[in-house]
Design a binder for this molecule. Structure first.
Ligand SMILES: Cc1ncc(COP(=O)(O)O)c(C=O)c1O
Length: 282
């Protein structure tokens, strides 16, 4: 992926993807004061944009930012998706606190709106997980918000890549299974699909929500409940979900290999694929 295949729109205009476009004093640059969304692009169109917009609003409200102007965001989305359709990629849009003080205090926020579209490789068919020693804080001031403060995820994902894993798994401060750096986690035990609940400290993924809804609608039992970390190695199947990975089966968690047979995960992949094909904004 080169800079030139990325399309970037900032505050009303398409800009040079590699050129300066945001103030050095922007509060997202200085302290990570901003919110964002990542949606999948398939054949030039975003998937589940309405759900991503709702979550952006919730993240902004949780951070104490003014409500984002979603009609303005939509203009940016249209601008970056115009032209040659991106066959598969990522739509990333951010609303930041705008130019602000160099510290954590805020002036009256003047939001900065950034929309980016970029092609990317399709996800692999499956992958490995590694458990990292750091925690998700279920009592954090920003729990459940998709903020631009992602440094913890950067460190954890780098660790995962070092050991050949596709994702890093965090427990929360209670030692319960929580989520990955950019994905939610599910296990399957005795045919029942289990995933940590919203109050475990996770980001409520759009894909997680759709898997729960669509799985239940197809007659699969799906429960949100606290899970011990060792559920990753004592369950029959493990999969992760995210906007660009959809439902991704897990082969191993650290040195524990999981069974190659994963009928429930395969069924959920099929359910997700057929529902998503039928409705690109569920
Ligand atoms: C911390 C975190 N958890 C979970 C997810 C998965 O969410 P979604 O399905 O909305 O992509 C993401 C998405 O990037 C994330 O950043």
């Amino acid at each position: 992926m080169t800079g030139t295949s990325i399309r970037v729109w900032v505050d009303g205009a398409l800009v040079d993807p590699l050129g300066p476009a945001v103030s050095a004093l922007d509060h997202a640059v200085t302290v990570g004061d901003g919110v964002f969304e990542t949606a999948k692009i398939v054949d030039g169109a975003p998937f589940a944009l309405t759900r991503h917009h709702r979550r952006l609003e919730q993240s902004a409200a949780g951070l104490g930012l003014p409500a984002p102007d979603l009609a303005f965001v939509d203009k940016g989305v249209a601008a970056v998706l115009e032209g040659d359709p991106i066959a598969f990629g990522r739509l990333r849009y951010s609303v930041t606190g705008g130019v602000g003080p160099l510290g954590s205090d805020r002036h009256e926020a003047s939001l900065t709106t950034i929309v980016v579209a970029a092609p990317q490789a399709r996800p692999p068919a499956s992958g490995r997980l590694t458990v990292v020693p750091w925690t998700r804080n279920e009592r954090s001031a920003v729990v459940g918000l998709k903020t631009t403060s992602y440094a913890e995820n950067v460190v954890a994902l780098a660790r995962a890549k070092q050991v050949g894993a596709i994702e890093a798994v965090f427990a929360n401060t209670r030692g319960e299974l929580c989520e990955c750096t950019g994905s939610n986690v599910f296990v399957v035990a005795g045919g029942v699909v289990l995933t940590p609940p919203a109050d475990s400290g996770l980001l409520p993924g759009i894909t997680r929500g759709l898997v729960i809804e669509w799985g239940r609608a197809a007659g699969i039992e799906v429960r949100e409940q606290p899970l011990p970390l060792h559920a990753l190695t004592t369950s029959d199947e493990v999969f992760i979900t995210s906007s660009t990975k959809d439902v991704l089966p897990i082969d191993a968690v650290d040195d524990h290999d999981l069974p190659a047979e994963r009928p429930v995960t395969t069924r959920l992949q099929e359910i997700f694929r057929s529902n998503a094909e039928r409705d690109s904004d569920p």
